[in-house]
Write a protein that binds this ligand. Sequence first.
Ligand code: HEM
Length: 469
Amino acid sequence: MTQPLSGRTDGSPPPPERGRRARVPAPGSPVPTAPGRLPGLGHLLPLMRNPVRFLTSLQPLGGLVRVDIPTPVHVVNSPDLLHRILVTDARSYEKGAAFDKARTILGNGVLFSEQPLHLGQRRLIQPAFHRSRQPHWRTVAADCAAEHLDRWQDGDTLDVLDEMHRIALEMIIRLFFAARPTPRTSERIHQCVNVLLGGIMIRFLSPGTLLERLPTPGNRRFERAIRDLNTIVADLARTARTTTANPMGDGDHQDLFTTLCPHAADLDCSLQQSCDEAISVLVAGTETIATTLSWLFHELARHPDHENELRADLAAADGDTTRTGLLDRLLNETLRLHTPNWVLMRRARTEVELDGRTLPAGTEFLFSLSALHRDPQVFPHPDRFDPDRWLPGNSPVQHRTHFIPFGDGNRKCLGDTFARTEMRAVAAAAVTRWTLRHTPGTKVGETRLFATLQPTGLRMTARTAPKPR
Ligand code: HEM
């Protein structure tokens, strides 16, 4: 059994009327504060209880609404204001407080760094994500997915998120690190990334560092995961620098480390920076892919008609994932309804004008892509999984600003093309081989305060897929 994800399962108050537009503020009026603030805690409790519901509930209060978590942050509710922050005035903003902390934990890779360092890093790393590499990605992703999926047995009960995490990780390691780590090393990377992503959000949101320095088993596990991951990635980088032939056997150095340091003997090329970039890619690219694919399988099980159609389309296209429009529509709809990066953050670098107000440098902003993607004025019946809303004639023009699962502007996802290629390959390989259905008793929910909005409790049973008619 699955429970409707949009339904209330936590006893929280009913949501506000969806789709009501934010009020236009009187010039110079103060930014309204969200109701329900508690002394000392601010709005931490409703945020921790159900973050997406809480952030969505703020939409009718204004384009900008202040919440205290417990330090003040401005929640951005309007897609136009968001576009100004991410794109038009992007140079006036940086990633913000959460990333100050992330940098001290996960290094100064492109995902976490600020200007002026970020621009140079982005230019340096970009070739590793160039779309000309798509055919190579497609081949490796398909091989990797097949190897993994062929290990499943008819009747197996699977923790789908965990399975997808393993596949996503393996693909990143093979494609970006050009390495074939031992199963033990792969397993340790998998565990480390899981521990890091499980603990990072709460560290982002807790003020100071007192809580994370307490010698609790969870904190010790977290610190060990960071240490181990750094050691493993440094070993992979050293191997890549000393390897003369690409282990993938394609005769072309396409891995991340070689892109960053084309001359192995280049002493200016810091090993630490290579490791920081590699950790950025691991953190940014594993969980997001695993989460999206898991939600896709959840939705296909709820909508077997789409699954059958996809199987037939893939058979007609002879397995060529570039020739089925339905697969892209299914992925878009999954990215809309189950956006992995449910929240993004920014901080004003200078004084900024926004929503008719002047806000000082240092003002922190937060916005929810999940709330944006569930706006009923752009996506009618937003809680309904409907891939047909992506048919060419049905896509409203606002999609450009209302559908940004990969972000926008100068910090837009570097791995978007790679991610889509990879997800197409895994989805096609899985649907052609297996039918996944929720195991009886399964209750699927959404994670609370995890770095990505993952499905919880997604246990599915694999059955051999029928031959398409
Ligand atoms: C479904 C898959 C994915 C989604 C939804 C996604 C989403 C995002 C989003 C929303 C951002 C922007 C964050 C911000 O503006 O603060 C981002 C940044 C980034 N993503 Fe992805 N991502 C995905 C997959 C990947 C993959 C597979 C990789 C690498 C292999 C990757 C690498 C990056 C990097 C390096 C950045 C930082 C870019 C910068 O700050 O300049 N992503 N991603």
